[in-house]
Structures are given as C-alpha cells and as structure tokens.
Design a binder for this molecule. Sequence first.
Ligand code: 4AD
Length: 468
Amino acid sequence: VSRGIEAGIRHYCKNTPTKLRVSQALSGAELGSNIKVQGWVRSVRAQKANVFLHVNDGSSLQSLQVVASSELSDPLLTFGSAVEVTGILKKSPHQKQPVELDAKQINVVGECNPVDFPFKIKERHGLEYIRQFPHLRCRTNAFSSLLRIRSEATAAIHSYFKDNGFVEINTPIITSNDCEGAGELFQVEPSGPDYADGENFFSVPAYLTVSGQLHLEVVSGAFSKVYTFGPTFRAENSQSRRHLAEFYMVEAEISFTQSLEDLTKVMEDMFRFATEHVLAHCVEDVDLFHKHVTPGHRDTVDAMIKNSFPVITYREAIDILRRSSERFAFPTDWGCDLKTEHEKYLVKHCGNIPVFVTDYPYDLKPFYARDNQDHPERTAAAVDLLVPGVGELCGGSLREERLNLLSARLEEAGLEDVYSWYLDLRRFGSVPHGGFGLGFERYLQCILGVDNIKDVVPFPRFSHSCLL
Ligand code: 4AD
C-alpha cells in the first residue's frame, strides 16, 4: 500500500507544475521541468502554426518568451491581458534569450482591450505621457524599472546604516511639533460621526510630520547613532520638479560629534554605498534609464562615485556666484537663501559632482542649528549637499547642545514652553550631536537623471493633485 502511495505522490509531483517568477525561469532554474508562470502579456505575435508571447510579472525587466501551438491561441490573448501559462521550460534556440516556455496550457485570467489600454505594443512611451495614468504606469518598462530600483535603493540604505552601527527608529507620522519652523504643515483632524467639525482629537494641534529629526534627537541621547526612513509631509504650494507634498526622507542623528565632518562623511559614504549597490544589483533597470530615458547620464553618475565631494562655505559659494557672468533671477547677497538656479550653478562650477556647502548665515537656519560663535560673520554649523541636476539633496547641521544658547533662541521665538522637553535633552546628559536628512526621491532623480520628481514616486502628491 505504501509503495502505491509513494508512486502516487511521485506521479502527482511530476505532473504538478512548479510555480516560478519570470526572473527565476529566466535564470534557467528548473530547465526541463513543468512550470507555471503568471503575469501580463507584453507582446503577442502569431507565426505559422505558433503563437509567441512575452509574459512579464514585474520580477525582472525581461519578459519570458512563451511558444504555443496556435490551437492554444485565444482572441482574449491580447497585449496587457493577465495570463497563467503552464508548460516545459526549455533552452531557447535563439541567442537573444536563454530559455523559453513551451506552453501546454494558457489561461487568460483577466482580459485587456488593447484599443482602450493607454499603452501600445512595442511603443516606448515618455515619462510625461505615462504619468497621466498613475494606476497603470507600473505596467510600462520604464516605471517598473524605476520601482525595482527604488526598492533596491531602499534596501541599500537600510543596509548601510545596519552595517555602520545605527539603530532604526520609527519616528511618528503624527506629531505636535513643526521641526523646521516653516509653517508648511498639514493639520490632522478627526472625521466621522463621533466628531464635530474642528474637534481636537489630541487636545493639542497635531500635524503630519515634516521631519523626524527632533524625535531622533531624543533617541540619539541614549543610542548615539540612529536613523529613520519614512514618509514626510510638507504643505509647500509648489508645482516644481523637485517638490512633493509627501516624500520619503532618510534621516540620521549622531551623538558625540566633533565637527561637521562627522556628518559629511556619513552623507558621502551613504551616497556612494547606495549608488554602487544600485548599479551592481539593478544593471538592466539602470541601463534602461541611462541608455533610453536619460541618455548620457551614466557618465555623471560614474563621476559622482569616483570623486570625493568638495566642501565650500556659504561665503565661498556667494563669492563664486557673484563673480560669475551668469544672470541669476534671484539675488546673491550675503544672507540670501540659495535657490535652485544657484545650487545648480555651484554644482557645475565644482565639476558637476556633488558639493557640500557649509556654515550658512545663522538666521537662515532653524532654531536647532548650532551657533558658530567663533566666526566673524554670524553663521550656523549647517551643511547642505548639492547634486547634479537636482540641487539640494541633503540638509543637516550640528545641533545647539548648549542649554543657555538654545533656551535664549527658543525664548526669542516664543517657543520655550512648546519645546520644554527639547530643552530637557540639554539638561540631562547633553552631548555635541548632529544629523541630516536626505530626500529619497531627489536621490533617485540624481542617480537616474530624471528631471521631474513625480516620475520617481509610485503615487505623487502635490498641490492640487491627490489622484487615487
Ligand atoms: O533641508 P530639510 O528641510 O531638512 C530637514 O527637514 C532636517 N530636519 C533634516 C534633518 O536634519 N534630520 O529637508 C531635507 C531634505 C532636503 O534636502 C530635500 O532633499 C528633501 O528633504 N526635501 C524634499 N523632497 C521632496 N519634496 C519636498 N517638498 C522636500 N522638502 C525637502
């Protein structure tokens, strides 16, 4: 009896197809086996007694070629339809791809009318065109590549921090503070039958976070090296190519710092580590961008990795801008905020590689920035990292750890009560410390050469637009 059961199991196993992702099938795993893949048709072509399909399931830029006898063909088997294909994985006779699936069965799981579908077979659609279809654009090669790169870059950043002794902290999304003091906040209010309009759920005004920095400072006071990587919200009324209302920020906070160099080193190392990781792990996806979407950008990326990032002070930056023959739309006097046009000029001036600008005028920076008391011009120990094509990628500073200076500044701003807990951090075991935030979407723009920030985020939110 048991031999009979064993034989039955063997027979069942032999005939039950192994479910594979397209990337696994393409790697040649299970060659000669009965397999099943599930995905969406990227091309369909009938030739003599056969029909040829390309099936993609998002696991790879490449699609799996399926060869089926025309008897298996179905009028519903169109570009964009969802299918389940079972068959034997074989070595392909064609050079272009290593394997193909000899189909024994094809099920059309979901139809797709190619006339109404906004993307056309074998056509390369521009990023601006596909942006009109946020619910469908992940079916295109460019956007699916972008999402895989985004996922890999996220993993690389986490791994950089883990490898370097940082502890990840989940800072809150709902908060009662405006860390940057810029007033660009989305207020959070309850809604529903239990709440009257304007009812205050938290008993204090609450907002979506603009930065996890202050919470990271709390924890860095016990853990020394911490980071967070999460969504951040800014009610900036901007339609620019580098601003979103919801974006992801990577923020790090480090205790026992000696100088700004302790921060610039981490920023530069993290940038290089993540970029090298993405180039090594997303070869085909990155190539698609660098060869077809943003041709020529690869040289810029290589230069960014090879060269160490120059450091200039804000004073030097102003002098460079004032000496240039360029006509800027915005003023370049001491005390003026650097605008995108200035940042891009400075990057070009420094050889089209990332450049750190340090020691900004004290009044340009938020209350937490450390006063450079030894400087003749009143400056703060703050640093921005400017990068090709984008401008500002990171903003950071040493934090004012001296109780008397911090409380004077908060008092001046009328904020000493709101931030009494923050002052406590300076009362109980205060240490020199600092940190920075990197805009993750701007990072992706920078390494891929993508002009518009809306093209590097799955579901962009910006003023007058919250689709889906
Ligand atoms: O310079 P920011 O405002 O710095 C902070 O929020 C600090 N509290 C961070 C810290 O020290 N922990 O923002 C940091 C970065 C910017 O350099 C930029 O790359 C990105 O966040 N950023 C935006 N990205 C997309 N859309 C927006 N509206 C952005 N605002 C800032």
